[in-house]
Design a protein around this ligand. Structure first.
Ligand code: DAH
Length: 358
């Protein structure tokens, strides 16, 4: 028997004893790899005479082909076997119900901010922003609240350790400093709102150390109290979705406006529940007024040339009133059950916008 025949017999016999794909790979290397038996024999071809070489070459190729065919057949058998074993072991229970993925909800504060923003954008306002950490000048002095003014004490300010330039650094106590930034950095006319976080050291059912406000500012050459009344009445009717909402402007005081007013909306309180609109009771909802000449001067504007109005209100407060949320602390407890109940679908269009298009 020739050496090639013996080699072939040996390979085929060995193949029959192989039971894993790893063993099969070792087998392939032993016979067909770079240093395998067949490859070694191929290397010897060069030393033969041309006739002997072509005969030997053909024989070698035939043996190589036979081993390759047997190997790939064995590989298929082993793979099929492995698959069968896996199928036997891994049982998939397709009767198990799927895990439902609950869509997230929009937090009532975010939803209210979107609603407020949508109404003012429709009225032609633009949105401005300012930093949460403010300096004393923007938060107080420029707003006509000098160092010794009693209004400073009313604000329960969080003072920070560092300074901003030569100024004390504070967490802004209201969004009014954005008025100052806008007037000092841009040129009139202005028609802007700023919505964002504000901070005061206060905590109970209607106060939280962090809360949200919306600030508005309109400055032009001929702005008067009539514009202020119409702008805010329109906003409140649209926000509370009530065309006949009773609205009252009541004289008040803010250092940064003159004259100043607080705005109340009509409501009725009976048996512990509060209903917006109608009734004989009033609820204070926001502060406003004509921008004080000192504030305009502090921002480089001539009060003889430009006037305007400003307003500020608490987002939590109007959200609680509109959506019947009794305690402000609930907004920040991150209780998922509460969020599922009071949250809004991401696909919901702010309702006042729908109302204004009706
Ligand atoms: N900054 C005031 C506050 O936090 C709210 C306010 C009142 C803002 C009257 C104004 C305004 O712009 O004109 O209580």
């Amino acid at each position: 028997m020739s050496d090639l025949h013996l080699l072939k017999e040996k390979a085929l016999k060995q193949l029959g004893t192989i039971h894993t794909l790893e063993e099969l790979e070792a087998f392939r290397l032993e016979f067909l790899g770079k240093k395998g038996a067949i490859t070694e024999l191929m290397k010897g071809l060069g030393a033969l005479s041309p006739e002997a070489r072509s005969q030997r070459g053909a024989d070698l190729n035939a043996v190589k082909e036979e081993i390759l065919t047997a190997l790939s057949q064995r590989q298929q058998e082993l793979e099929a076997h492995a698959l069968n074993e896996r199928l036997k072991k891994e049982t998939l229970d397709i009767t198990l119900p799927g895990r439902p993925e609950e869509p997230g909800r929009i937090h009532p504060i975010s939803h209210t901010i979107e609603e407020v923003m949508a109404i003012f954008l429709e009225q032609g306002f633009v949105v401005e922003e300012g930093p949460d950490v403010e300096d004393d000048f923007h938060n107080f002095t420029a707003l006509n609240i000098p160092f010794d003014h009693p209004a400073r004490q009313e604000h329960d300010t969080f003072y920070l350790k560092g300074k901003l330039g030569d100024q004390a650094a504070v967490l802004r106590t209201h969004t009014s400093p954005v008025q100052i930034r806008t007037m000092r950095e841009q040129s009139p006319p202005f028609r802007m709102v700023a919505l964002g976080r504000t901070f005061r050291a206060d905590y109970d059912a209607t106060h939280s150390p962090m809360f949200h406000q919306v600030e508005g500012l309109v400055i032009d050459k001929n702005i008067h109290m009539g514009h202020l009344k119409r702008c805010l009445s329109d906003f409140l009717k649209c926000f509370f979705e009530m065309e006949d909402l009773p609205i009252r402007f009541r004289p008040s005081f803010f250092p940064f406006t003159e004259p100043s007013a607080e705005v109340d909306i009509g409501c009725s309180k009976s048996k512990g529940t509060l209903k917006i609109g109608g009734g004989t009771d009033w609820l204070e909802i926001l502060g406003c007024g004509m921008v004080h000449p000192n504030v305009l001067r502090n921002c480089g504007l001539d009060p003889e040339e430009y006037q305007g109005f400003a307003f500020g209100m608490g987002i939590e407060r109007i959200s609680m009133l509109k959506y019947g949320i009794p305690d402000l602390r609930l907004f920040y407890e991150s209780d998922l059950r509460w969020l599922r109940h009071h949250g809004f679908s991401a696909l919901q269009i702010p309702s006042p916008l729908l109302a204004s298009r009706r």
